[in-house]
Design a binder for this molecule. Structure first.
Ligand code: E4P
Length: 219
């Protein structure tokens, strides 16, 4: 399973990368705005800074919502670095843009997926990744994990190469359940990745080991 971090914060990206378990980064316009990044030049420079930290898979989202605009923006984003994956919203022109980029050999991440039908369309268009937003579904009393299960099954039925990138992951159990269901990738904030470290029996076990060692050494 690949781990992506869902942030535009360079310190968080560096911390996750230094842990040695990071496979990529997802951003979105809200996450970029949260870091105070705006204006074409600054946005490009920020994506480049992210690409310089990680090995691959930096999702950069287009702002345009029409086909020509998405193609123009996506091409510019893809030029920043080979690690860029162009993130395209799940709308009609977005599907056309995904098909276009797929033919051009440019990787895409189809974002804002909330149904199996949307995921099927994106796969048929040749998306590299689809991003079902499980937390946002849970927020409105739909089962986000059930959607992951459905998409994984559908893609398996037909051998689609599109990878299921579970997004809007809010806590460690989301991540673990996505792994059980066979999601290819999970993207989440740093705190969720670090949350996987925690177990009280690990803490108490280590404390005992160290105390016993100190006692035996006569300290
Ligand atoms: C995914 O690519 C999105 O950036 C993200 O996971 C959205 O998460 P949120 O629902 O916590 O904003």
């Amino acid at each position: 399973m690949k781990f992506f971090i869902d942030t535009a914060n360079l310190n968080d990206i560096k911390e996750a990368y230094d842990l040695g378990v990071l496979d990529g980064v997802t951003t979105n316009p809200s996450l970029m705005a949260k870091e105070g990044i705006s204006g074409e030049e600054r946005v490009r420079a920020h994506y480049k800074a992210i690409c310089d930290i990680v090995d691959d898979n930096v999702s950069a989202e287009v702002i345009a919502t029409d086909f020509e605009g998405m193609i123009r923006e996506g091409k510019e984003l893809a030029k920043i670095d080979d690690k860029i994956v162009v993130k395209i919203p799940m709308i009609k022109d977005g599907i056309k843009a995904i098909k276009y980029f797929s033919n051009e050999g440019i990787r895409t991440n189809c974002t804002l997926i909330f149904s199996a039908g949307q995921a099927l369309l994106a796969a048929k268009a040749g998306a590299t990744y689809v991003s079902p937003f499980i937390g946002r579904l849970d927020d409105i009393s739909y089962d986000g994990l059930e959607l992951i299960d459905q998409i994984v099954n559908i893609y398996e039925n037909y051998g689609y190469a599109t990878q299921v990138l579970a997004a809007s992951v809010r806590h460690t159990m989301h991540l673990i359940k996505c792994a059980e269901l066979g999601a290819d990738v999970v993207t989440c904030p740093l705190k969720v990745i670090l949350g996987l470290l925690n177990h009280p029996l690990t803490d108490s076990g280590l404390a005992t080991f160290l105390a016993d060692h100190a006692k035996a050494a006569g300290k």
